[in-house]
Design a protein around this ligand. Structure first.
Ligand code: AP5
Ligand code: MG
Length: 207
């Protein structure tokens, strides 16, 4: 099964992707995480894209496509979180026979509230919310024991820019996948468990 998760910043894509991946044995592939790993490892690509990510803009299509393709080529079971994010990216993977594009719908106000409470581990892999999904020990990752930090692009000014970019470049994909006949829309302002159950019910129907 090949799935895509679409949605505004902090709509819950990463949170849903990890649960779906575990339950339906799919490989979770987060474009944002892959790009942040490039930055953290200071690779050639990482050096080129650091400022772009920190400004809230999108990384150029050809670079993201090159990285994501390495992880999906030849695979039949994956869930893409945060890719595609432009029509160009969507058209690039149009021949892959994606089963469903799951759109997590949330208001900007609710998402901004979530972002201010988000903390991630130093590796940038495990995500918490200070009140809704708190770590067992304050400030420490449950899984790898590293310190919890705020993402650099979670500062209020950058969050506003991420939303602007989302509306301009990514929101058109909702209509694109509706026309392709594979769009599922989920109300994402509920609790993590309620959101996940809605998604699971839809995916159970096709698996
Ligand atoms: P990316 O990392 O993908 O950021 P994003 O799309 O802005 O989404 P987030 O990761 O902020 O949120 P999320 O939807 O995953 O929510 P989460 O589950 O964490 O991309 C970052 C940057 O990389 C981009 O700005 C761009 O520069 C670049 N990039 C990435 N992909 C690209 C592409 N394809 N092309 C070009 N550039 C690209 O949840 C948010 C918070 O809420 C967490 O604290 C979580 O614990 C909590 N939470 C989750 N669900 C709930 C719930 N139901 N109720 C309450 N709290 C919840
Ligand atoms: Mg994410």
């Amino acid at each position: 099964m090949k799935l895509i998760l679409l949605g505004a910043p902090a709509s819950g894509k990463g949170t849903v992707a990890k649960k779906l991946a575990a339950e339906f044995k799919l490989e979770p592939i987060s474009a944002g995480e892959l790009l942040r790993q490039e930055v953290n490892s200071n690779t050639t690509i990482g050096k080129k894209i650091k400022k772009t990510i920190e400004s809230g803009d999108l990384v150029p299509d050809h670079l993201v496509i090159e990285i994501v393709r390495l992880f999906i080529t030849g695979k039949d079971n994956f869930i893409l979180d945060g890719f595609p994010r432009t029509l160009h990216q969507a058209k690039d993977i149009q021949n892959l026979n994606i089963n469903k594009a799951i759109y997590l719908k949330i208001s900007e106000q609710d998402a901004v509230k979530r972002i201010s409470q988000r903390r991630i581990c130093e590796q940038g892999i495990h995500t918490y919310h200070l009140t809704v999904i708190p770590p067992k020990q304050p400030g420490i990752c449950d899984v790898d024991g590293s310190k919890l930090i705020q993402r650099k692009d979670d500062l209020p000014k950058t969050v506003r820019e991420r939303f602007r970019v989302y509306i301009e470049k990514t929101k058109p994909l909702i209509q694109f996948y509706r026309q392709e006949g594979i769009l599922i829309t989920i109300g994402a302002s509920l609790t993590p468990e309620e959101v996940y159950q809605q998604v699971k019910t839809k995916i159970d129907e096709i698996s």
